[in-house]
Design a binder for this molecule. Structure first.
Ligand SMILES: Cc1cc2nc3c(=O)[nH]c(=O)nc-3n(C[C@H](O)[C@H](O)[C@H](O)COP(=O)(O)OP(=O)(O)OC[C@H]3O[C@@H](n4cnc5c(N)ncnc54)[C@H](O)[C@@H]3O)c2cc1C
Length: 420
């Protein structure tokens, strides 16, 4: 059977792209070297724009086993902000075993062929274009599959991106390492974000009555951390109010997962016969937990561009170029904010802003802050001079501006926003 599109990688970005393309009526093959359901090295907070897409695609019911967090408690160096997301939105935290499998099954139901345990080893080229893939199953049988378009949805270390030589831009060195696991008997009523100098932690309820507790910190401390990961993880949580004590009173249900492999880059999104989606296209430090929602957004944009291109609405290359521009415009501000948060440091003026927000207890401002952090509104909608003036007055605003200019002069931009 011939395919219109082959998708390499069938987790968030790949399965979502396959699902949407199949719903457009295309013949789609999605392949993954993994089998599903299976876990992957990632926590799983889905920001509200991602939740909204999953709901629109009819998948939210299958994710109901993880209680949504409509409210967040953000404890930033002792200033505590508690509030809701705008418009009743919530962060959902289904385990990747559940989310990725639901997407794979939805893609199948929509008519895509999903082939598990099948690793792509080579791209086929014809006349200067990618024309298909060569891959194999664990038994070792090699097979060639052809399609006029191959989508790399194969993650941050994308094989497809390397094979086509996709240009990388806005690349920044990894800044963080992360360490997380799951706890029984650590009850939570809301999502929790904790910031202390040099660390961030996040706490969210997930499936099976477990609570995910996530820690991240500057990569420079990784060697010292990994000498005694569990002791260092707990010691860091001890710095976050009563979080350490609450976690110690619970039971660790799974092993610790630790990784220093947290790159930051954009990649060229398309070329002759190929495109990239999800982490294969844009990867950012998970300190702001944007990757899943970004991948779902990207899948929707890419599927629309492919449908317009193959369907003859506009030339495919033009549709893909417009999609890349839209992707970059949409993700750039959060990418920059994420990189700043991944310094795990904030200046006194910025701390003053958050303290003012905590002390004045203005639910509408807190909601706006959480909505911005969740990717529901542009970063600049909250972090602007008007907000600082309202919360700090002219003196505070000038102090913030002075601090920002000093940071720029020092070659370093820092801010204190609710990263985890
Ligand atoms: C520690 C950590 C915590 C994170 N926490 C969050 C969070 O809380 N919220 C959030 O939104 N994001 C989070 N992220 C980011 C999130 O994991 C990614 O953004 C998301 O997984 C991207 O989805 P994807 O489908 O693009 O890629 P992936 O999920 O990486 O999927 C790629 C797939 O491609 C397959 N593949 C690769 N090469 C081949 C090949 N040659 N042949 C066949 N198959 C192949 C792989 O098996 C894999 O299944 C976190 C990331 C990390 C590392």
């Amino acid at each position: 059977m011939g395919y219109d599109v082959i998708v390499v990688g069938a987790r968030i970005a790949g399965a979502a792209t396959a699902l949407l393309l199949a719903r457009h009526g295309f013949r789609v093959l999605a392949v993954d070297r993994a089998a599903f359901p299976s876990d992957t090295l990632s926590s799983h907070q889905i920001q509200p724009p991602g939740v909204e897409r999953l709901a629109r695609w009819g998948l939210l019911d299958q994710l109901a086993g993880a209680p949504p967090a409509h409210r967040v408690r953000f404890d930033t160096r002792g200033a505590v902000l508690e509030g809701a997301f705008p418009a009743g939105a919530a962060i959902h935290s289904p385990r990747r075993t559940v989310l990725d499998h639901a997407l794979v099954e939805a893609a199948r139901t929509a008519g895509a062929e999903v082939r598990e345990r099948w690793r792509v080893e080579e791209l086929l080229w014809e006349g200067g274009r990618v024309a298909g893939v060569r891959g194999s199953s664990p038994g070792g049988q090699h097979r060639v599959e052809r399609a006029p378009l191959v989508v790399g949805a194969d993650g941050k270390r994308s094989f497809v991106a390397r094979a086509v030589g996709a240009r990388t831009y806005r690349q920044r060195p990894p800044r963080s390492f992360a360490c997380y696991t799951y706890w029984a008997d650590v009850p939570v009523t809301a999502g929790e974000l904790h910031q202390r100098e040099g660390i961030a932690a996040a706490v969210f309820p997930t499936n099976d009555d477990l609570t995910m507790v996530y820690l991240s910190a500057p990569l420079t401390g990784f060697d010292a951390f990994r000498a005694a990961p569990e002791a260092n993880y707990l010691a860091a949580l001890d710095r976050c109010g009563d979080l350490g004590a609450r976690v110690r009173a619970g039971t660790r249900a799974e092993r610790l997962r630790t990784t220093p492999d947290l790159p930051n880059h954009f990649r060229q999104a398309h070329g002759p016969g190929w495109c990239l989606v999800g982490d294969a296209g844009v990867t950012m430090d998970p300190v702001t937990a944007q990757g899943i929602a970004n991948a779902l957004r990207d899948a929707e944009g890419l599927a629309g561009a492919i449908a317009a291109g193959i369907g003859g609405v506009r030339p495919l290359a033009a549709a893909l170029a417009a999609h890349q521009r839209d992707r970059d415009r949409a993700l750039r501000p959060m990418y920059d904010l994420t990189l700043r948060l991944a310094t795990y440091h904030s200046g006194p003026g910025e701390r003053l802003l958050l303290r003012a927000l905590a002390e004045r207890r203005r639910p509408a401002e807190i909601e706006r802050l959480f909505g911005t952090f969740a990717g529901m509104s542009p970063v600049d909608d909250f972090f602007n001079a008007g907000t600082a003036l309202r919360l700090l007055g002219m003196g505070g605003l000038l102090r913030l501006v002075g601090e920002r200019l000093a940071a720029v002069a020092a070659g370093r931009l820092c801010t204190s926003l609710p990263g985890r």
